[in-house]
Write a protein that binds this ligand. Structure first.
Ligand SMILES: Nc1ncnc2c1ncn2[C@@H]1O[C@H](COP(=O)(O)OP(=O)(O)OP(=O)(O)O)[C@@H](O)[C@H]1O
Length: 447
């Protein structure tokens, strides 16, 4: 294993030892040498090191002063204590404070090399672990929303990720986030260092799909000049994400079922059994119950894929997440376009909440992009009224003014949605009669 990117801070006031250490480690690693405690504290607090070689007695203080700040320093480096004053108690104290090891001067460089290698190995594994944790957090973090339904999905993802061989079926309308979920399962699983290969079964003509999935041997077709790996082999060790699985023809369904059961397959035109270890995640927005009924999808394959199912809620079923998602994507696009972030007024949120979102989060994302680009929020409910957007903390006073009719509209729509579209309660709360409320809602295009 190579640690050429490792960085070491040497804290040593003895010139000969300092030069010796710099000469020895400087050709292998990035090395910084400080000869007093004050500059060592300053340096270790502002730069990232993997390791500190720390003398104990320096002219302006004790090495323990550096040792105690290491856990909070960038990169939380390890420390190896080097001292000319062998004191048993000091050794115990520094180890208790977190030092990795303690060497008495004069020391043998070979001994120090061994301890340094051990320290760098630990630091390397820790960094990999930290990276893994970060990826893990990021994977779930990309799934926005805080409704019970989304939190339940996130819990399922974490559980399924722990079991890297289990086949998963993700169902849900178009744009609900099936691919996002498949990606998160892969990134959280032990397979994350291997590829996730996505195959859109709807995008490939049925004549090609078998060759694309399983590959072919040279000569399998007239124009098969050399053999080719299929997606399954390309995903070896990782995850195969079969999107729109409902579009697979019956013939390929049988071959896929055999692969899922035996974990082996043969390429088209081949005889050799190929063994591949992949997790299969399938997704569909089709009504699978109906497909099973009309026998356009094999029930045995369905049950084999459906070991665990994640059913993603539509956006309208989790309307509480609409404002979070809109804010997230409008901010994202405004920042990407280098524009001031636009503010989402109550009226827009009320309209967005009332809307049906047939294209789910994908549609919302497109609306957010268009809004960021044009500065206006489209009329979702078909009343033809687009909304002029204001910039966060930057609107002109004129734009900030609203008419009484605007305020009334916002209040009525927001109250209606807060009361789960209960007209009687809404009319009661607003102090108007039901007929007036109904007329107003019709006028606003809200059902
Ligand atoms: N909970 C979510 N948080 C943030 N973005 C989301 C969420 N769900 C979906 N998206 C975004 O919406 C878009 C559509 O998501 P995705 O492609 O995963 O949907 P899908 O269900 O696989 O759609 P289809 O069935 O059409 O293939 C993507 O840009 C995705 O990043």
């Amino acid at each position: 294993m190579s640690y050429e990117n490792a960085s070491i801070l040497i804290v040593e006031d003895d010139l000969t030892i300092g030069e010796h250490l710099v000469g020895h480690y400087g050709s292998l690693y990035s090395v910084v040498w400080c000869s007093d405690i004050a500059s060592a504290i300053e340096t270790v607090s502002s730069h990232t090191f993997d390791l500190v070689l720390l003398d104990m007695h320096l002219p302006d203080g004790e090495g323990t002063q550096v040792l105690q700040i290491l856990p909070d320093a960038p990169g939380s480096p390890q420390a190896i204590i080097l001292t000319a004053f062998p004191e048993h108690q000091m050794a115990v104290r520094t180890i208790k404070m977190g030092a990795l090891d303690y060497l008495e001067k004069p020391f043998d460089l070979d001994d120090l090399d061994l301890i340094v290698a051990k320290a760098l190995q630990q630091s390397y594994s820790r960094q990999k672990l930290a990276l893994g944790d970060r990826q893990r957090v990021d994977a779930l973090d990309s799934i926005k929303g805080d409704s019970d339904a989304v939190n339940h999905v996130k819990e399922l993802i974490s559980t399924i990720a722990q079991s890297p061989d289990t086949t998963v079926l993700i169902t849900g309308e178009t744009g609900t986030g099936k691919e996002l979920v498949a990606q998160a399962i892969h990134e959280l699983s032990a397979r994350r260092s291997r590829p996730i290969v996505r195959v859109n079964c709807a995008a490939l003509p049925s004549s090609l799909i078998e060759a694309e999935l399983f590959g072919y041997e040279k000569g399998a077709y007239t124009d098969a000049k050399k053999s080719r790996k299929g997606y399954i082999e390309m995903a070896a060790g990782g995850t195969l994400f079969l999107d729109e699985i409902g579009e697979l023809g019956l013939e390929v369904q049988s071959k896929l079922l055999r692969f899922l059961e035996a974990k082996t397959f043969t390429k088209i035109g081949g005889e050799r059994e190929i063994q591949v270890d992949v997790r299969v995640i399938a997704a569909t927005n089709r009504d699978m119950a109906r497909m099973l009924e009309d026998k356009s999808f094999r029930s045995d394959l369905y049950y084999r894929l459906n070991v665990v199912q994640i059913n993603l809620p539509t956006l309208r079923e989790r309307s509480g997440d609409i404002s979070t998602l809109l804010r997230h994507y409008i901010t994202h696009y405004c920042q990407r376009m280098g524009r001031p972030v636009l503010e989402l007024g109550a009226e827009i949120l009320a309209e967005a909440t009332a809307y049906h979102w047939p294209g789910n989060v994908r549609e919302l994302r497109n609306v957010a992009e268009r809004t960021a680009l044009l500065g206006t929020f489209p009329s979702l409910l078909g009343d033809g009224r687009t909304h002029q957007m204001r910039q966060q903390n930057g609107d002109s006073t004129e734009e900030a003014f609203k008419t009484l009719a605007d305020v009334e509209r916002e209040l009525i729509i927001a109250t209606y949605h807060r009361l789960q579209k209960n007209k009687t309660r809404t009319a009661e709360v607003l102090g108007i009669n039901r007929v007036t409320l109904r007329k107003k809602l019709e006028e606003y295009g809200v059902q």
